[in-house]
Design a protein around this ligand. Structure first.
Ligand code: SAM
Length: 239
């Protein structure tokens, strides 16, 4: 018997992204502009006619499932990273992943829309999405309705610029990035810098100095640590 309170939704697409694990993904879209991803429409929605007219828009809303934490329970109160893990806010006052319905919402810049065989892709720029993310829906971003110039931003009024610190590369990491950029057409130095300068560490690790962290991008593991007044990229390991 269908219920007004329970629905079955179908995945219409899958995200292919440089982010192979949650750690390192920016907290909102548009913060790491060098991040590239593709949204692939899956059957029976892999039809170019579903996208007719979308080429006139620069951005889309993506509604997706936080599949990387689907088995974890939701919490009524959340410690937003923005508040340094010190204060708790109601889950519906945050963009946290642990929600009663694990649905995410990101406004993302789009590029080429194209077909490869039976596969339909939309290029995405600056997405905050884990590789393999199931997409429930896409809608065009409407500037006249979706951009509200006098909106209030609560405890997150702007991007967390103040937490940014310079990112320096060791000689080894610099040479590895240069080699990678010469082989592949990817600006990996800028990508790594944009990710690490956001300080992706959870609040409980944010005072730790010299502790090594790893961020998985494609098949690369970026090893880095926090120093007193900057972040240092130590080396890049191939998985
Ligand atoms: N912009 C979206 C929103 O507001 O609903 C996501 C915001 S959420 C704070 C951003 C975090 O979601 C990222 O830092 C990443 O760790 C996590 N994330 C992204 N894709 C995910 C996925 N498919 N499953 C679980 N976590 C994911």
């Amino acid at each position: 018997m269908p219920s007004q309170h329970s629905f079955t939704l179908n995945t219409i697409g899958i995200i292919h992204s440089c982010y192979k694990e949650k750690f390192g993904i920016p907290r909102q879209p548009g913060l790491v502009t060098e991040a590239t991803a593709r949204l692939e429409l899956i059957p029976p929605y892999n039809r170019l006619d579903t996208l007719d007219g979308l080429d006139g828009f620069s951005h889309i809303w993506i509604q997706f499932i936080f599949h990387g934490c689907i088995n974890e329970s939701w919490k009524a109160k959340i410690r937003p990273p923005r508040l340094g893990g010190k204060a708790k806010m109601g889950v519906f006052a945050t963009r946290a992943t642990h929600r009663p319905n694990p649905i995410g919402l990101s406004a993302v810049k789009i590029g080429r829309i194209y077909q490869e065989g039976q596969r339909i892709f939309i290029d995405l720029y600056g997405a905050d999405l884990l590789d393999g993310t199931p997409v429930l829906d896409i809608k065009p971003y409407l500037p006249y309705a979706d951009s509200i110039s006098n909106a209030k931003g609560g405890f997150a009024p702007a991007a967390a610029e103040a937490q940014k610190r310079p990112v320096v590369f060791s000689e080894e990491a610099k040479a590895q990035c240069e080699r990678y950029e010469n082989l592949h057409n990817k600006k990996i130095t800028t990508l790594i810098k944009q990710i690490i300068e956001q300080d992706p560490r959870p609040s409980y690790l944010s005072t730790q100095i010299d502790r090594e962290h790893g961020i998985q991008l494609w098949d690369l593991n970026i090893k880095w640590c926090a120093r007193n007044d900057h972040f240092e990229v130590l080396r890049i390991e191939h998985e």
